[in-house]
Design a protein around this ligand. Sequence first.
Ligand SMILES: CC(=O)N[C@H]1[C@@H](OP(=O)(O)OP(=O)(O)OC[C@H]2O[C@@H](n3ccc(=O)[nH]c3=O)[C@H](O)[C@@H]2O)O[C@H](CO)[C@@H](O)[C@@H]1O
Ligand SMILES: C=C(OP(=O)(O)O)C(=O)O
Length: 421
Amino acid sequence: MEKLIIHGGRRLEGHVKISGAKNAVLPIIAATLLGQDTPSLLDEVPALEDVTTITEVLRKLGVQAEFDAERHQLHVDASTIGSCEAPYDLVRKMRASFLIMGPLLARCGKAKISLPGGCAIGTRPIDLHLKGFEMLGAHIEIGHGFIEATAPEGLKGTKIYLDFPSVGATENIIMAASMAEGQTILENPAQEPEIVDLANYLNVMGAKIRGAGTNVIKIDGAKKLVGRDYTIIPDRIEAGTYMVAAAMTRGDIYVENAISEHLKPVIAKLKEAGVEIEEDVSGIRVRCTQKTKAVDIKTMPYPGFPTDMQAQFMAMLAVSEGTGFVTETVFENRFMHVDELKRMGANIRIDGRTSVVEGVEKLTGCQVKATDLRAGAAMVLAGLVAEGETQVGYIHHIDRGYDNLVGKLVGLGAAIERVDR
Ligand SMILES: CC(=O)N[C@H]1[C@@H](OP(=O)(O)OP(=O)(O)OC[C@H]2O[C@@H](n3ccc(=O)[nH]c3=O)[C@H](O)[C@@H]2O)O[C@H](CO)[C@@H](O)[C@@H]1O
Ligand SMILES: C=C(OP(=O)(O)O)C(=O)O
């Protein structure tokens, strides 16, 4: 089994370059399905397992898709689509595969996709996606583990209010509505920077989307969208993870490409913890000279504190001065890392949706597992400051979302290696 072996206690310093955002590139790759006539060339595509998986999904649909991981470029020619069906083996690997439903419905008037199922962090239903498709005029049938959506007469623009600002539902609805007849008004959508990136790409393809990033999005359906070149935004969660690494190791890291506008709650909380932050147009410098102070965090949809940074902050709080409260409101079961951190000596107790983290003097290295992607990142961060050796297993979760994690950390002076034993 592949593992990461970390020897803790090294101060991290230097430059790290942030890759393109996983959560922007996945919906954008799904959106390439809408591009007729000309191919799309996507730039700054991170080399991640999730990118490989969604590229395979495109190929299963009969679309030409080539990923050049060295150049970080993905070439997609969706001028013809051969199939509208996504099988379980691929959707199971990555829930974001479900994002092809909106584009397929818009482009082909039908889609059959395996039900994604739950995952470690929660049941993650897709009711809001389906409600949106139905309001746009699609007929939905569920059976034999598949969801089949059809709209033989095409989709029609309408007003849709989302009960919760779901990121995936917002993306799927925008993509479906971009080729619907007439106007769609989406109220209470997600406002994440990745939604704005998707809308920008769709607009470059010929869509008419206004208001992405605000609480109302208006989409005027276009007759046809064409493939276009596009560059993906930097990954704010990857950036935030290295910022926490600087804070925990009392290091000094320049996080190149990080966009401070996208990281406001993370920056605010790091400053509150006593970390020095300097922002400029090319990135963010993070310096820490003392033990961090405990802070409280509560995850919320954007622009609130991101749930995808909760586990990494928990690792930091585990070795901070004082007691911090971590409240998770977005996912119902995103505390799997607590037991793993406890194995390393952390003092954490869970009380419903809140974890109470009492900082300890030191963590000690041991064998732990990455129970999900960000839990895995938290284990690596804890390993960077733990006494002795930490072995992190189940690292396929980490490969889903961190491009060259080991290389980037080694470049900053960490003692970390990937082994297969
Ligand atoms: C590929 C991608 O971009 N993944 C991100 C996306 O996931 P994802 O798009 O799955 O997250 P959502 O915003 O949809 O989910 C947030 C909450 O809404 C619930 N929900 C969602 C849809 C639905 O139809 N019904 C429903 O109840 C979910 O179970 C969850 O509790 O946003 C999450 C929240 O910021 C991030 O943690 C993920 O990294
Ligand atoms: C939960 C995450 O991703 P996904 O929605 O792809 O599972 C994440 O990026 O932390």
